[in-house]
Design a protein around this ligand. Structure first.
Ligand code: HEM
Length: 510
């Protein structure tokens, strides 16, 4: 009998070993299926009612302070995660970009409002890679240096316009942004913000961003709603979506068709669109339908993605200089010393202007133009810091919160970048992360630098006062939405006396 017992011992040890290993494995998995923390959801609707329609980035930052770097919520069953630290954004969106680079399904925007061929909304896959390849060919770091003469000319035009019509500074900034991107994309010269294509794009963008009705918001969660007939109750969103689609189609179609017509007549100016059309034509001159849709869609996206963001960053620069005249003065002293007063600064001067660099960084930190970036979608389940993140989670990087991770985040202190070289450069954050990082960032950065430097060199920016010596702007604030920009404000933009000779010569060359 004891001998028989001994023969069972190895088997029992083996079985016990299996049970133990399974228990450890089960404990490990279940301990790791803890979701990241977040505000308590309600049954069925989840955290829907806790998400504000405005100032989302600020509320998400408050949640970050309460729950930590990762905040997990769900909206009508759709899991969402907000990343409130640079570390988390880098670890997930950059280092694990192979699974974090999809976009959520945008039923309202892509499938109903006509943005289906837009690069910004493209699902991860071969078509996404094709769009990125198209865009990178023209907008990579080396290629954008070819646009320098265009940027410098557009800068001179803006300076001249600011001398003559300083109060219309916002229109001048819009024209600067529009003229550079439309010239590159379609070879089109824009002389005024009343240009037909500028109006088409601005109409499509503003109709798209107007707050949709509740039913419009719901269709992203219940795609079946897109089949509601237009005579049925709650179908107003569908009629509106059709109106937006007409505007988006026109925005994509009209400038594209002009390039095609010009190419057919042999008068096309080389551009992003003409170059891609040329390289995708077969020997008989025709082009595959999908290629045409991708060229048209990516081109149409470029202006929509470039104009508002560029204007918002420059508007914020002007506001910061208005509110912090001592900083403007320091930048002007540096510019006078390095560049002098006989020419405008150019990008070659950049390494010699460290204080200007600090001011430009601080402006972007103070108000990141796209505070929540664009949503990424996780393509498989993931574990991070012992938290479980389910497949299909929508992931938002809270760029606003990330840039506030520094001493006195509300204060405008450009020196912070000289005093502490461990502070992350906002240029590495405001353009998003991973494989979806903004492909227009090199153009955006050089436009921003070029114009910020030129405006600081040429103008003093001061408050507009009423008869009682009071500031005509009661408050200064930012508008809240996908783009965060200063709310409209007035200011005096006056040529600096020491720049008079240069400004006269710019005017005479116009
Ligand atoms: C200050 C100016 C700009 C800012 C702050 C900005 C910011 C951003 C951000 C945050 C994203 C989302 C990145 C992500 O998903 O992680 C993005 C995407 C994009 N941006 Fe920009 N952008 C700017 C200018 C431009 C310009 C000038 C262009 C075109 C030349 C451009 C074209 C695009 C495109 C096509 C995408 C979509 C990329 C994709 O989904 O793969 N942007 N941008």
């Amino acid at each position: 009998m004891p001998a028989a017992l001994f023969t069972w011992i190895p088997t029992m040890v083996y079985v016990a070993g299996i049970i133990f290993s399974y228990a450890v494995y089960y404990w490990y998995i279940s301990s790791r299926t803890t979701y990241p923390p977040g505000p308590k959801p309600l049954p069925l609707i989840g955290n829907l009612l806790q998400i504000p329609t405005e100032r989302q980035e600020e509320v998400f930052a408050e949640w970050g302070a309460q729950y930590g770097d990762l905040v997990y919520i769900n909206v009508l069953g759709q899991p969402m995660m907000i990343l409130n630290s640079l570390q988390a954004a880098r670890d997930l969106l950059d280092k694990r970009s192979s699974i974090y680079s999809d976009r959520p399904r945008f039923v309202l925007l892509s499938e109903m409002m006509g943005w289906k061929n837009a690069s910004t909304h493209m699902r991860y896959g071969p078509r996404f890679r094709k769009h990125r390849k198209f865009i990178n060919q023209t907008f990579n770091q080396r290629a954008v240096s070819a646009f320098r003469p265009l940027q410098e000319k557009a800068t001179s035009v803006l300076i001249e316009d600011l001398v003559h019509e300083p109060d219309a500074f916002l229109d001048h900034l819009r024209r600067f942004a529009a003229s550079t991107i439309l010239k590159i994309t379609y070879g089109r010269d824009v002389t005024s913000v009343d240009d037909q294509v500028v109006r088409l794009v601005e109409r499509a963008a503003s109709l798209t961003s107007e707050t949709p009705s509740a039913a419009g918001n719901l269709v992203d969660f219940f795609p079946i709603m897109k089949y509601i007939p237009t005579w049925a109750p709650f179908s107003a969103f569908k009629i509106r979506a059709e109106e937006v689609k007409k505007a988006v189609d026109a925005m994509m179609e009209v400038p594209f068709q002009q390039v095609v017509d010009d190419m057919n007549s042999g008068i096309a100016v080389p551009s992003y669109t003409s170059m891609l059309l040329e390289s995708h034509r077969d020997p008989a001159g025709s082009i595959a339908f999908e290629d045409e849709e991708d060229i048209k869609g990516s081109a149409g996206t470029l202006f929509a993605a470039a104009e508002d963001t560029t204007v918002a960053s420059l508007q914020t620069f002007i506001l910061a200089m208005l509110l912090h005249p001592a900083e403007l003065k320091k930048v002007q002293e540096e510019l006078d010393q390095v560049v002098g007063t006989n020419r405008l600064p150019n990008i070659d001067d950049r390494p010699s202007l460290p204080y200007l660099e600090c001011v430009l960084k601080e402006v972007l930190r103070w108000n990141a133009p796209v505070p929540l970036g664009m949503p990424h979608r996780l393509m498989g389940e993931d574990f991070y810091k012992d938290f479980y993140i389910p497949s299909g989670t929508t992931v938002l990087a809270n760029i606003y919160a990330i840039l506030r991770d520094c001493p006195e985040p509300d204060a405008f202190i450009p020196r912070r970048y000289l005093d502490d070289d461990s502070l992350p450069d906002p240029h590495g954050t405001i353009f998003g992360f991973g494989r979806r990082i903004c492909p227009g960032r090199y153009l955006a950065e050089s436009n921003y630098w070029q114009l910020g430097a030129a405006i600081a060199a040429c103008f003093d920016i001061t408050k507009c006062l009423d008869q009682n010596g009071q500031d005509v702007n009661a408050t200064y604030d930012f508008s809240h939405g996908f783009i965060r920009r200063p709310k409209p404000f007035k200011c005096n933009i006056k040529p600096r006396p020491e720049m008079k000779a240069l400004l006269d010569s710019i005017a005479s060359h116009k």
